[in-house]
Design a protein around this ligand. Structure first.
Ligand code: NAD
Length: 273
């Protein structure tokens, strides 16, 4: 281990993503696990973070004190829940460190809190940290720009495991935003999130979402461009949670060298334009 290694705190350390991130940190040169945090009252408090993650004893006990955990850290990786991520962004701003946020289901008020924290913290936030999905977003934007709204309907389809609590997924919304950008329309006013009963014909120019939930599916996403007599489908399958964890650690290392601000994975991956 090197003195220069980036000292990372994993919040939500016992979660599906938290455990995956701890394993990836242990395998990645240039970073080390500084602290692991779980919610107050969690049965994992005091247990060894490496053992919880199935990576063997690492000497970092899980704590419920984020303030102490952030004190001498360089960055925080956060796949938890919206209210927690808002709290952690405030603490990361106080500590002037990197905050990588993978949490989805955040409201406009939450996003405003992240933007405020980004005056002092280096925040990287994305509904999907994988290279494949971020490239897919670029391709969806291009396709939406190239295919005229009259004649080409856009639908975003996603499926996730049965434990997921928000819908549509952060990735589905990321793809919807990319399509809306390509079409130069406002997603908030032009999206159809639910259909039920006698809905009438599909309003032209809108972007539709459909959500499937079940089993252990990590993440399936398709952007479907439906024209008269032809269908163009751009899709991504997540086969392993490590794609998100590797992306999050890459984001932390990248952000360490940046000025305080709000960044996305497109900035990290050099895909922004
Ligand atoms: P999970 O429920 O398995 O894990 C979340 C963990 O956070 C839990 O262990 C919970 O106890 C902990 N937690 C909640 N509040 C906390 C607090 N205040 N302090 C400390 N720990 C706290 O969920 P998951 O499947 O790991 O997903 C977590 C989030 O990440 C979800 O919003 C999910 O949609 C998102 N996600 C994002 C990406 C991406 O690439 N951006 C990929 C996968 C999942």
């Amino acid at each position: 281990m090197d003195e220069q290694d980036m000292k990372l705190v994993v919040v939500g350390a016992a979660g599906r993503m938290g455990q995956t991130i701890i394993r990836i940190i242990q395998q990645t040169p240039g970073v080390k696990l500084h602290a692991a945090v779980e919610r107050n009252g969690s049965s994992f408090i005091g247990k060894d973070a490496g053992e919880i993650a199935g990576a063997g004893f690492c000497g970092v006990p899980v704590s419920d004190d984020p303030l102490a955990a952030f004190l001498h850290a360089d960055g925080v990786i956060d796949f938890t829940a919206p209210a927690s991520s808002v709290e952690f962004a405030g603490l990361a701003a106080q500590a002037r460190i990197v905050h990588v946020i993978g949490t989805t289901g955040c409201t406009a008020d939450d996003e405003a809190a992240f933007a405020a924290a980004a005056r002092h913290a280096r925040i990287v936030k994305s509904g999907n940290m994988s290279l494949g999905v971020n490239l897919l977003g670029v391709l969806v934007e291009q396709a939406a720009r190239a295919l005229p709204a009259e004649g080409w309907d856009i639908e975003i389809l996603e499926m996730h495991h049965k434990h997921k609590v928000d819908a549509p997924s952060g990735t589905a919304l990321l793809l919807g935003e990319a399509a809306a950008k390509g079409r130069a329309i406002d997603l908030a006013t032009q999206s159809v999130r639910v259909r039920d009963g006698h809905t009438g014909a599909r309003p032209g120019g809108t972007i539709g979402f459909a959500t499937l939930r079940g089993g252990s599916v990590i993440g399936e996403h398709s952007a479907i461009f439906a024209g008269e007599g032809e269908l163009l489908t751009l899709s991504h399958s997540a086969l392993d949670r490590t794609i998100f964890a590797r992306g999050a650690v890459t984001a932390a290392l990248w952000a360490r060298a940046q000025k305080p601000g709000f960044y996305t994975m497109l900035d990290v991956l050099g895909l922004s334009h």
